[in-house]
Design a protein around this ligand. Sequence first.
Ligand SMILES: Cc1ncc(COP(=O)(O)O)c(C=O)c1O
Length: 411
Amino acid sequence: MSPLTPSPLSRRQWLKSSGLVAGGALATGTLDPARLAALGADAAPHVLDGQTTAAGFAAHERMMAALRRADGPIRLASNENPYGMAPSARQAIEAGWKQHAWYGAPSLPNLRKVYAQSVGVPEDHVLVLAGSSELLSIAVIAYGLKGEVLTAWPTFEGLPRYAESMGLRVHKVPLDANLAHDLEAMDKRLVQAVDLVFVCNPNNPTGTLTDNRRLRQFVSSAARRAMVIVDEAYHDFVDDPDYSSCIDMVKAGENVIISRTASKIHGLAGLRTGFVIARPDIIARLSAASTSAPGVLGALGAAASIQDTAYQTMCKQRNAEGRAIMRTALQQLGRRMTNSQTNFVFFHAGMPVEKVQAAMLAKGFMVGRAFPPYNDWVRVSVGTPEEMKQVAAVLPGVLAGAAKSMGSSEG
Ligand SMILES: Cc1ncc(COP(=O)(O)O)c(C=O)c1O
């Protein structure tokens, strides 16, 4: 059994202790349509004019929460959307599913068109890829192979890891005291040899935004000397009014590539759909380096979800509720945490993250791994507000217990 799989006994105990077996509906871990209906999942009209209705979202939320509980342990380790795909996306996939057998299905150009419209750029400024991770590799091939790479550290590892695997030198500039990008230090490391700069805003794993005015100055000035990628995977969760996307720099013709994804707010991580926004000549060069094509089902789902602004708003709002529950809990525990603007929180546990991971797993929750050098910080993805209340309830005991076990093993 993998260390991340709880024993059947511990899972059952956890379900019982958290009151999730009420009525026995979930006790067996299987959910047939009759059970879903009993949970109220299909009682409401889910979608009207392409928009998920409030009642539809509530029913969808009940269904997804039940499915997550039945699957156990609850996934809070990879910054996924606990609600998964929008009901509108599911309808679109069901309606267009026969395209799965085709090459050149119309859903792919349609997604490009829909996405370009949604962000206000011409279609030739958009590339759809098999997840935004693909961009983080092909950008290295297209723009980085002859030089060096500059990035903050820690940050999302896709691009720096791929660059290193290609034998490139990666300048990793430590984050500042607020765990945001240290732009002054990055500017100093922007040496002649650097061809590719990677900026993640908000940053993963810290959830932090970097000061908007200074970040924009940095990106613009770096773009005069190198290609700059701004990874905005968590753009849709930000509520800081000072934040703005760097997309306008693309519209202004700068050497800037914006990376976005359908994996987060749209809940389609498993369907591998990502978006690139850049000047047409940059799009053409990236496209030539691309090694795969996005799947049809992801394209069908993403196109519907992008137009379903109601679903996005409801996911964002529920995420903010869950994030606030975690913030309050961590404040009460006196833990240092970042001001996360994403669908995860990052806090100081004061003990090796592996201890916290193991203790949380015993309670039925998977949480994030270590992000060196922040080995005693923990990243917890935001689940449903109900799940976050359960996390908040077990956290004091988990941290106390993990600290105790550390004391005894080390003492
Ligand atoms: C900052 C950031 N960029 C990119 C990705 C990868 O996203 P995708 O699923 O589109 O490959 C992630 C995934 O967690 C991420 O956190």
